[in-house]
Design a protein around this ligand. Structure first.
Ligand code: AKB
Length: 313
């Protein structure tokens, strides 16, 4: 069967990379990129594109009607740091946007839906080292609890409506093709740009703040491998833990220094993102993903830093 894939939120950090990968795999015409704003990225705007506000259900339905997508990737979201500045807006976009897509996917018999969750679903009482798939979850950011509620809705639509929804709890994602947008883990992308441009960077997180991160190549591969996995292998219909690599700003800057010896890092005080980072895991246990669909990470800190610098240069 030929695929018709709708990517909602295609202009964002993950969306840009996914559209490029999906078009490479299924052909340009098979992948409809969409976002609330027109794209200025040639890789996105050169193929089929729809302007979509995911909160406008009628307009969204018209796109489902026009394209009858076999797969939908819903990536439109407000991330952790921006969400704290606009809490109600974050809740509305992250929740109503998801419910609109789930409803239409049921109505138009979409085969598979992908929706990203995050390490932000964990909170101050979750175990911080090797955080397991199932444990206490008390997220205290709007982004975090919208993702946790979203996970419950995904599982609910799977159980009640038989909708094949698949999801990953992404760690902080690091890539060179697109910028991150308003998250707590953004420093780990910004640092590369500043290192190459100015040989220095002021980190908004403190030197020893460890967070789970992942190189974009691995994140996209994990997403596509999960979407390719036979349904019977998937025992988690909320969202899979995905571990990646855990490091601190200090460890990342030491790795960058090996390539740019004059690079200097300083640390800001009292940035609100510090408290968010301290409520999140330092490392994740992704045994379930390994067992169910054979997930295996490729890029470690050394390989990621090398590849980021080579591509950004
Ligand atoms: C954020 O920092 O908000 C995101 C995330 C970890 O989900 N990158």
């Amino acid at each position: 069967m030929s695929e018709k894939i709708l990517v909602i939120g295609a202009n964002g950090q993950i969306g840009t990379e996914l559209v490029v990968n999906l078009r490479g795999r299924f052909g340009e015409e098979a992948v409809i990129a969409s976002d609330i704003h027109a794209s200025d990225h040639h890789l996105i705007k050169d193929g089929p594109f729809e302007l979509i506000n995911v909160l406008d259900k009628n307009a969204l339905e018209a796109v489902f009607e026009k394209h009858s997508p076999t797969q939908v990737y819903l990536l439109a979201a407000i991330l952790s740091a921006t969400g704290e500045k606009h809490p109600k807006m974050a809740w509305d976009l992250n929740m109503t946007g998801l419910l609109n897509v789930l409803d239409l996917a049921v109505k138009y018999k979409t085969n598979k839906v992908f929706w990203p969750s995050s390490i932000a679903v964990f909170g101050p009482h979750s175990p911080r080292e090797n955080t397991p798939q199932f444990c206490i979850m008390d997220p205290n950011t709007v982004y975090g609890f919208s993702k946790l509620a979203g996970e419950r809705w995904c599982e609910y639509y799977y159980l009640k409506h038989g909708l094949d929804v698949r999801s990953l709890r992404y760690p902080g994602l690091i890539g060179w093709r697109s910028d991150p947008g308003g998250g707590t883990t953004d420093y780990a992308v910004n640092i590369f740009h500043e290192a190459l441009a100015h040989n220095k960077y002021e980190s908004f997180l403190s030197a020893g703040t460890a967070l789970p991160m992942m190189y974009m190549h691995d994140a996209i591969r994990a997403t596509l491998e999960l979407m390719d996995a036979p349904a019977y292998k998937l025992s988690i219909r909320s969202s899979y833990n995905l571990a990646g690599i855990s490091f601190t700003p200090e460890q990342l800057s030491a790795e960058i220094k090996k390539h740019l010896p004059g690079f200097e890092i300083t640390y800001a005080n009292n940035d609100p993102r510090q408290a968010i980072a301290e409520s999140w895991p330092k490392s994740i246990d992704d045994k379930k993903a390994q067992e169910d669909w054979g997930w295996k990470i490729k890029y470690d800190l050394v390989a990621m830093t090398e590849d980021m610098l080579a591509n950004l240069k």
